[in-house]
Ligand binder design. Structure first.
Ligand code: HKS
Ligand code: ZN
Ligand code: ZN
Length: 306
């Protein structure tokens, strides 16, 4: 399978429009070595013609322009997107649906009931979209274990969704009452090559079922939002801690570096990186520490073959 990183940044992207933290200011002034990043989304295909989009970011139009394979041009109106999987209902993962409103065929959207509820109540973008096109909701339901499904046209990819603990968005009725399905991780397996990806851009806690999913993958593409538990406070931005926001930090006890350390099989890559994260500075000691731990940092346009 071919995995294309459409956007490697967290909400707001990098640099963030209103931010003058060390990274954002340094990037604008050219005093640090770092890459611009759009908001969190990937596209996966087994034939480079039919794609599954994971998350629809507010930057989706620019991201699609940057990946010409997404437009196969077989008809006057066409797209390579055969289905969209939403891992949560956050603004950075769902707002792009509004930018796809011109679609002439039904938009197949795979998400849990918890996410669909948010998108029809607190942030009713599915209701708004229904005035422009047909949203064909494909519910992801859990019966004890993960939920396995395929997307028509992309049958060589087998998808298995698993519930994860992270955080529902501020407008969600579940914000302070977590529901199973507020956030998911997905194992994507290519039935032709046997390659397996574990994708989880929102990972707030290591529950017992998560480590085996990582261990059995050829590549883990996981939450890279914050380096430190108190990163936002240390930058003088907000007092919310990383885990409270639904993101395990990389450093510290129980952080992503420790979690990934014992895994020998998978390639380890971070995604959904916040503008404040020191790993964005390619010359930072934190980035060097990641490299020593065998962990890569994804960037917009990066391609992974499994
Ligand atoms: C900034 C933002 C930080 C940021 C935080 C989160 C909070 C949120 C919630 C996130 C993200 C970006 N870029 N989504 O000010 O630096 O309260 O639910 O997911 O993408 S977590
Ligand atoms: Zn986010
Ligand atoms: Zn910043």
């Amino acid at each position: 399978m071919r995995i294309h990183i459409l956007g490697s940044g967290a909400g707001g992207g990098f640099p963030q429009w209103n931010c003058n933290c060390r990274n954002c200011d340094g990037f604008r002034k050219g005093t640090i070595r770092a890459r611009r990043r759009t908001q969190s989304s990937i596209a996966v295909s087994s034939d480079s013609l039919n794609w599954v989009l994971f998350n629809a970011s507010p930057d989706i139009l620019a991201q699609l322009h940057a990946l010409p394979a997404m437009q196969p041009a077989r008809a006057v109106r066409d797209t390579g997107i055969r289905g969209i999987v939403l891992i949560d209902s956050q603004i950075d993962h769902t707002t792009g649906l509004l930018m796809l409103r011109e679609c002439t065929r039904p938009l197949r959207v795979y998400c849990t009931e918890a996410v669909y509820e948010d998108l029809t109540t607190g942030n009713p973008i599915c209701d708004v979209l229904s005035h422009f096109c047909t949203v064909d909701w494909q519910p992801i339901r859990f019966n004890g274990a993960g939920c396995t499904f395929t997307v028509p046209g992309v049958e060589r990819l087998c998808l298995a969704a698993h519930p994860l603990k992270s955080k529902a968005p501020p407008y969600s009725p579940h914000r302070n009452h977590p529901h199973v399905g507020d956030t998911i991780g997905v194992v994507i397996e290519d039935l032709t090559t046997g390659g397996r990806l574990f994708y989880a851009p929102g990972l707030g806690e290591m529950e017992p079922h998560v480590l085996p999913l990582m261990r059995n993958a050829d590549c883990v593409l996981v939450d890279g939002t914050f380096w430190r538990e108190d990163e936002m406070a240390a930058a003088g931005i907000a007092d919310k801690r990383s885990r409270e926001l639904g993101h395990l930090p990389q450093s510290g006890p129980g952080g992503i570096i420790e979690v990934l350390a014992p895994l020998s099989r998978p390639r380890k890559i971070l995604i959904h990186i916040n503008n404040t994260n020191p790993i964005l500075d390619e010359d930072s000691p934190e980035r060097a520490e990641l490299t020593r731990a065998g962990i890569e940092v994804s960037h917009d346009g990066m391609e992974i073959a499994l």
